[in-house]
Design a protein around this ligand. Sequence first.
Ligand code: NDP
Length: 451
Amino acid sequence: MSVIQHVIEKIKHMDPDQKEFHQAAEEVLETLEPTAERHPEFVKAGIYERIVEPERAVLFRVPWVDDKGNVKVNRGFRVQFNNAIGPFKGGIRLHPSVNLNIIKFLGFEQIFKNALTTLPMGGGKGGSDFDPKGKSDAEMMRFCQAFMRELFRHIGPEIDVPAGDIGVGAREIGYMYGYYKKIRNEHTGVLTGKGLEYGGSLIRPEATGYGTVYFASEMLATRGMDFKNKIVAVSGSGNVAQFAIEKVNQMGGRVITVCDSTATVVDEKGIDAEKCCYIQELKNTYRGRIKEYADKYNTVCFDGQNVWDVIRSQGIKVDIALPCATQNELNSEHASALVKNGCICVAEGANMPSTPEAVKIFQSNNILYGPGKAANAGGVATSGLEMSQNSMKLSWTKEEVDNRLLIIMKSIHNACLNAAEAYGKKGDYVAGANIAGFVKVAKAMLAYGVV
Ligand code: NDP
């Protein structure tokens, strides 16, 4: 049994319930076999065994009071996975599905994603099983403050720099950062995704969605294609989806789908700039349901189905798929339907949205497939740019940040292709992203000795 297979077996044996973490780790480790052959020094130094163990994982109680005066208790997590190349960095997710397994999967992915950005950032992730749906602003504030009342001990601008993720947008970052500033009595940019008035970066809200489309565009260019007149399926309707739609429109494509966790809307005419603004208002200000889009624009709406269910059941043709909702939203049946319906390119705005079986179908059908850790790295890359601006105490223009984001996404794309080719996996973006990210982190770990 290879060292890598041994590590996979070991993590499954140690934590049998951590399915998503196993899935993420196995997907990365299996593509790293060529690195173990090429770098016996990594094997000797136990890099593969060490990289699957977080530096530390903190689990804490989050007690808060709802609007009726009832005491509620949630669980908070921060997994500081690897800081070999820079401070821990990764978002905070607020969703009922959050547990240690989910945060470990996300933190593990973040190590390689952050390494790919070329910026000095380690990998981490945090969150809580708190459900933001149906909470008032006052409840959100009290929860975010309670969460930060413990988290502040573990983070810092040179230690660990959290950001947003599912359920954490501008409002929540404001509450969390405001409370950190108050109890630490310092104004260092410890969170990213901050408002522009207090240290945020232009283009950060747009960055993950824009970056995903830039990455897809680079993949398409390798086959002499682009977004013009292409039919695009986007899933989700949150931060990543909203700005992926905006960028596809700017590049001349037509987005025909959008969803939330309760329904999918299909708008064959295309979700143009005006409709996209409506989605932003609906989701970010009124916090409504996507069904309201269908009512307003008189389009079809499928209750209880996600975008990929609908594409499959209705036989809808799409050229490009951008899954931007959540993990494992797109399974093998969805992937087969996409292939059958003419899809040529899949770029993941979400983290691990495609199941391993779906990924195999994309790859065996020669679909351009960009895994999340490369395709959605624009968000954390721009968080890195926010950290740089905070350190320098200055703000770059929108054009400057967007231009840097574009350059970073191009360089991630090239790094994937170069690493894939160098390790005998030409054209394989999955292997390329994993190997490029891993080798950088592994070399740093090697330099430190056994720590
Ligand atoms: P948001 O909370 O802003 O939006 C998430 C969207 O996905 C919502 O529309 C939500 O619907 C929908 N959704 C959640 N679960 C399901 C489900 N089971 N079926 C269908 N739709 C679902 O999160 P983000 O846009 O920030 O994050 C989306 C994905 O992108 C996540 O995987 C995240 O980890 C990843 N990501 C985000 C980055 C960022 O900068 N924000 C950076 C890199 C990756 P509802 O409103 O009903 O919950």
